[in-house]
Structures are given as structure tokens and as C-alpha cells.
Design a binder for this molecule. Structure first.
Ligand code: ATP
Ligand code: MG
Length: 608
């Protein structure tokens, strides 16, 4: 049965999020939360009105209540009105922030899910090329930039425009001349702040870049710590790290200097403007043009007129940064997914496993063939062994079977049907793979063995598979047995142990076609014999491709293919190949000589 994959957000077709206009895509991303967002903006407007109302009220209070010398009832009433406004202002700020962050969190959760899901469905070839660090960055830091944009900046722009419009109108209603004076400085502040934040943004990007360099440096060092130690390269590594670290300091220093210059300077400019405006307003009061209350109102409103403008520069730049981040995410989303089911050929039940390579050539990069004119065939249930020097194309050949890559020319027939006609999902459900360097997840050994199974399996079945893979005794040797955690939070398995867990995993899947990529390369001789015996049982009734470096592992294969630089140079059974001169006999001779020398040595030690 073909594996079916459940997609978390099918309603989000890629086209929805990859509109030419990024803002449109972002708006679509908020589907289901758009009303919340409009609500957030509405509360923002209320808070802006309430804030201006507070200053207007203060002015009126000074003029009407204090100026007229009223006390008692009016005073209490005024206090109540004032408190009401303050409360309204605070409440609507809270509501607006709450709604905006709800929208931001929910939308970016969706974006993360969608991105992750999409990444799962990108082709093997894409992942072979893509830099993991870069993808990580896009799926985490870029998504977070979008979150901040939705929570603060998108709504912040609205807030600033509202504050400006409301406060400007309110001042204009007091006195037109004052309104004119208060905005004289606005264009200057705006232009300077945009220019400044543009430069700041560049400095910030440079800083971030360096941070990425430094963390890649650290990550590589940690993953390669064994190499570093083995080659005693600590001093060299330290020097490299120190250099990168110093560069980060330099960039961080520049960034902070810019920050600490901008705010005080713009504070000073704005303060000067405020003093000058207040001075003019004060003379107006003296001349009786405006009242004392109006002066107080004006003073309050003015602060909220200038402040937002300074922030506007930052917001515009932050917004452009968010759009860049969204562009980087869209790029991943626009990469076409690997189509798992595009081909309709999906036979009932399992394949038989008869395979024929018909003049197959394959290249990763144009005009650099990795396989060249490969032809052979095997019957269902046979064992095909691939032997050859490193880089000769063995792994590349087996990667063609589950259609991780498609042939460049020629064709592969499975049960007489072209492989390209099978859906990838179906093919992969028929093929079990033990990779050259198996990967285990950081979960329990049991979960690692049952990974990929569509149905529940009993503990007895898991143990049976582990026994066949000669790993059961190792597992029961751990204090927590099959519940032992693997990886960072648990035990570290050796290369050979990992391979055997991977073999157990492939066994449980019970596939018709089995691929063993050098599965006995990192085990000792004794375990190799154990695994080989297990594998021999396993290979019965399955078409098996086994890649081996040791001739001893493949003596009983039905067909041995000897590879050299992408060509089959010899093929046949062990007996046939041994009977003819060629690479195979040479390798066999060398390896048996080494083995018997080793055996003699062991016998000698035993005798002592
Ligand atoms: P080994 O015994 O060391 O595992 P192999 O026979 O399995 O070697 P392949 O992994 O098939 O060799 O590689 C064959 C050639 O293809 C090599 O020259 C390698 O550099 C190249 N190659 C492998 N994978 C890729 C890739 N993803 N992109 C480009 N070239 C690749
Ligand atoms: Mg290989």
C-alpha cells in the first residue's frame, strides 16, 4: 500500500503564499485571523483618540474648572471623566496588543508548519544540495522576523499614522499657526531617521551575517571535534574562532555606536523643537491668542506628534527587512515539491522484484556521468552485489531504485514496467534501505527500529528483528533495554551498532526490495559473520542489492557487478569471476591473503 501523507494545512496552496506582492501573501497568511487584526487596529485607533482626549480634557480642565474657580461636584465629575479616559486608553492598548500578538503567533505557527511540511516534501536532490544551516535560518530566524513584523511593526505603522493625524488635527483645531510650527521639523526628522535606519539595517545585517559565520564555525568544530583532536588542531581552530569572534565584536561595536548616537541626537533636536514651539505658544497665551489650557493641551499633543515620526524611520526599515525575510521563505516555498504520486502506476499488492537496467546513464551535473551505459538484469528474489572502488557509482546506482534521482538516459524496468511510471510513494513503500551512514533520531531504540511503520507492531516482533540483525543482545545490555534513548540525551551507539539498528528497521518493514549500502563496513569480523548469516536468511525471497567492500560478504550473490568509474567492468557469479583474470580475482586474492594471515596470527596468539 502506498504511504499517504497527511498535510497540516491543505487550504494553503503554495500559490496563496507566493503572490507577487509580499504584503498580499502576508495578508493571506492571516486567513482566519484577519478580523482579529482589524480589531487590533481598531483598538489602536481608540487608544490614539483616548490619548489625545486626555490632553484636550486637561486643557479644558485648566480653563473651565480651575480658571472659573469651580470646586466640588464639577471637580469630582472631572476626575471621573479623566479616569475614564485613562482607563479606556490603557484597556484599548492592551486589547490591541493582545489581538495583534494572537494574530502574529497564530499566523507564524501556520507558516512554520507549512514550511516544515513543504521541506519534508522537497526532493532528495534538493536536500543533497541545500545547506542545512541556511534552511534552519529560514525556518527559524526568518519566520521570527515575520512574527515580530505582524506583532509590532505592521500595526505600528498604522499606529504612527493615526497618532500623527489625530494629534495634528487636534493641534490645528487649537491654532493653525501652532500646527504649522509643530510639523516644520517633521520632514527633516523623517528623512534623517529613514537614512539612519537604512544604514543601521545594513550594519545589523552585517552583524547577523557574522553571527551566522561564528555559529557555523562553532557547530562544525563541535561536530568535528574528533578530527580536531586527532590532528591536534586546537590552536588553529582557536585562532580561526578568535578571528571570527573579533569581527563580530567590531560589527557589534559599530552597530551599538550608531544606536547610541541616533537617539540622544534626535532627542536633542526634538527637545529644541518642543522648547521653541512652547515658547511661541507661551507668547500666544500672553497675547491672549490662546488660553492656558490650550497651551497645556498643545504641549501634550506635541510630544505624541514628534515621537512617532522618529520611530517611523525604524518601522519602515524593519518592514523592508521583514519583507526580505518573507522573500527568503517564499523562495523555499516556491521550490516545487517532489511529486510522490504523479504517476498512476500503482499495482495491487507488492512488486515481485524483477529488475532490469537497460543502458542506464546518470549524471548529477551536466556532462559528468557518474554511471555510464549500465545494463544488467536480475530475477525476483535474487541477490545483486555491487563491488568497486570508492566513488565508482555504487550508491548512486541504488539511489535510482527508490527514484531519489531519475536516470539521465536509458531505462530501469521493475517487473517489466518502466520505473518512471511508478509513483514514488509506492516504490518507496516497497524498498527497504540500510544507508551507508545510517541516521538515528534522538528517541528510544524501539522507536528507531519501528520508525516508518504504518501499523502497530508487538514487542516480540521488534525483538525478533533485532535478533536477526544481531543487535538484540547489545540492546538488552543497556539498563533500560529497548527504552534506552539514543543520541544527545542518551547512549551513543557505535557505527556498527547504528548499522544493525538500521538493519532491524529495514527488516521490520519487510520490503520486497532491500538495499544494503555497505552495511557491514563498520563492524568487526565476528559481528560481520553474525550479520551475514542474518542477512542470508533475510535475502531469501527478496531482491537484494548489497554494496560491499569485502568479497567475503558477497560470495553467495546471484550476480556480482564490479564497477569502475561508472562502468560495469565485470559481472557474473563468484565462481565465474574467479575463473577469469580481472579486478575481482585480484581483490579476492588480496583479501583472502590478509584474512589467512590474520587467522594465522590469531592461532599463534591462541597457542601461546
Ligand atoms: P563509496 O564506495 O565511497 O561509497 P560509491 O561507489 O558509492 O562510493 P557514489 O556515492 O555513487 O560512489 O559517487 C559516485 C560519484 O558521484 C562520485 O564521484 C561523487 O563525487 C559523485 N556524487 C555523489 N553524490 C553526488 C551528489 N549529490 N551531487 C554530485 N555528485 C555526487
Ligand atoms: Mg557509497
Amino acid at each position: 500500500m502506498a504511504k499517504t501523507t497527511k498535510r497540516p494545512y491543505p487550504e494553503y496552496a503554495i500559490s496563496q503564499l507566493t503572490s507577487k506582492h509580499k504584503l498580499v501573501s502576508l495578508w493571506r497568511l492571516m486567513k482566519g485571523y484577519q478580523l482579529h487584526y482589524i480589531g487590533a487596529t481598531a483598538f489602536l485607533a481608540i487608544s490614539a483618540f483616548a490619548r489625545s482626549g486626555i490632553y484636550i480634557f486637561l486643557g479644558k480642565f485648566v480653563d473651565d474648572v480651575l480658571g472659573a474657580g469651580l470646586v466640588g461636584r464639577e471637580l469630582v465629575l472631572a476626575a471621573l471623566q479623566f479616569s475614564g479616559l485613562v482607563l479606556l486608553q490603557a484597556l484599548s492598548i492592551f486589547m490591541s496588543g493582545w489581538l495583534a500578538s494572537f494574530t502574529a503567533e497564530s499566523s507564524t505557527r501556520r507558516l512554520r508548519d507549512y514550511l516544515f511540511d513543504h521541506i519534508q516534501h522537497l526532493s532528495y536532490a534538493y536536500h543533497a544540495e541545500a545547506k542545512t544551516g541556511d534552511l534552519l535560518e529560514r525556518a527559524s530566524s526568518d519566520v521570527d522576523t515575520i512574527r515580530r513584523f505582524l506583532a509590532d511593526q505592521a500595526i505600528g505603522v498604522g499606529r504612527i499614522i493615526l497618532l500623527f493625524a489625530i494629534n495634528f488635527t487636534a493641534i490645528a483645531r487649537i491654532n493653525l499657526q501652532l500646527a504649522g510650527i509643530s510639523v516644520v521639523i517633521v520632514p527633516i526628522v523623517l528623512v534623517v531617521s529613514i537614512l539612519f535606519f537604512q544604514r543601521l539595517s545594513k550594519a545589523y545585517e552585517a552583524y547577523q551575517e557574522q553571527e551566522a559565520v561564528l555559529s557555523t564555525n562553532l557547530q562544525e568544530n563541535l561536530s568535528g571535534v574528533r578530527v580536531v583532536k586527532a590532528f591536534a588542531r586546537q590552536a588553529y581552530e582557536m585562532e580561526k574562532y578568535e578571528k571570527n569572534n573579533l569581527e563580530k565584536l567590531r560589527r557589534g561595536y559599530k552597530l551599538n555606536t550608531m544606536h547610541s548616537l541616533f537617539w540622544p541626537i534626535s532627542d536633542m533636536v526634538c527637545a529644541a523643537q518642543q522648547i521653541a514651539s512652547n515658547f511661541i505658544a507661551a507668547t500666544m497665551v500672553m497675547d491672549g491668542v490662546i488660553t492656558l489650557g490650550s497651551l497645556i493641551t498643545f504641549n501634550g499633543l506635541l510630544g505624541w506628534l514628534i515621537w512617532p515620526i522618529r520611530n517611523l524611520g525604524r518601522l519602515i526599515v524593519d518592514t523592508s527587512r521583514a519583507l526580505v525575510s518573507f522573500g527568503r521563505i517564499s523562495q523555499v516555498l516556491q521550490t516545487p515539491e517532489e511529486d510522490l504520486t504523479e504517476c498512476t502506476y500503482q499495482p495491487e499488492g507488492s512488486v515481485r522484484g524483477e529488475i532490469r537496467f537497460d543502458n542506464v546513464s546518470f549524471e548529477y551535473e551536466k556532462d559528468r556521468p557518474v554511471l555510464d551505459g549500465v545494463s544488467f538484469e536480475c530475477k525476483a528474489g535474487q541477490v545483486v552485489a555491487l563491488l568497486g572502488s570508492t566513488g565508482s557509482g555504487k550508491t548512486s546506482l541504488v539511489n535510482l531504485l527508490p527514484r531519489f534521482y531519475d536516470v539521465t538516459s536509458g531505462r530501469i524496468l521493475l517487473d517489466g514496467t518502466n520505473l518512471n511510471d511508478y509513483s514514488r510513494a509506492y516504490l518507496r513503500s516497497q524498498i527497504g534501505i540500510v544507508e551507508q551512514e545510517p541516521f538515528l533520531f534522538s528517541c528510544t531504540i524501539r522507536d528507531n527500529i519501528t520508525y516508518g511503520l504504518q501499523t502497530e507492531v508487538s514487542q516480540a516482533e521488534v525483538e525478533q528483528a533485532a535478533r536477526e540483525a544481531a543487535i538484540h543482545d547489545v540492546i538488552t545490555g543497556f539498563a533500560e533495554g529497548y527504552d534506552t534513548m539514543v543520541g544527545e540525551r542518551g547512549v551513543t551507539l557505535s557505527g556498527g551498532q547504528k548499522q544493525r539498528v538500521a538493519i532491524a528497521r529495514a527488516l521490520l518493514l519487510n520490503p520486497r526490495i532491500l538495499i544494503l549500502d555497505d552495511s557491514t563496513s563498520s563492524v568487526d569480523m565476528e559481528t560481520e559473520v553474525q550479520i551475514r548469516t542474518a542477512l542470508e536468511k533475510l535475502m531469501v525471497a527478496r531482491t537484494t542489492f548489497i554494496i560491499a567492500h569485502r568479497v567475503q560478504s558477497i560470495l553467495s550473490a546471484d550476480l556480482i557487478l564490479v564497477f569502475d568509474q561508472g562502468h560495469i567492468v565485470q559481472s557474473g557469479t563468484h565462481e565465474q569471476l574467479l575463473a577469469q583474470p580481472g579486478i575481482y580475482r585480484q581483490i579476492y586474492d588480496i583479501q583472502t591473503r590478509i584474512d589467512s594471515a590474520l587467522q594465522e596470527e590469531l592461532d599463534r596468539v591462541d597457542l601461546l
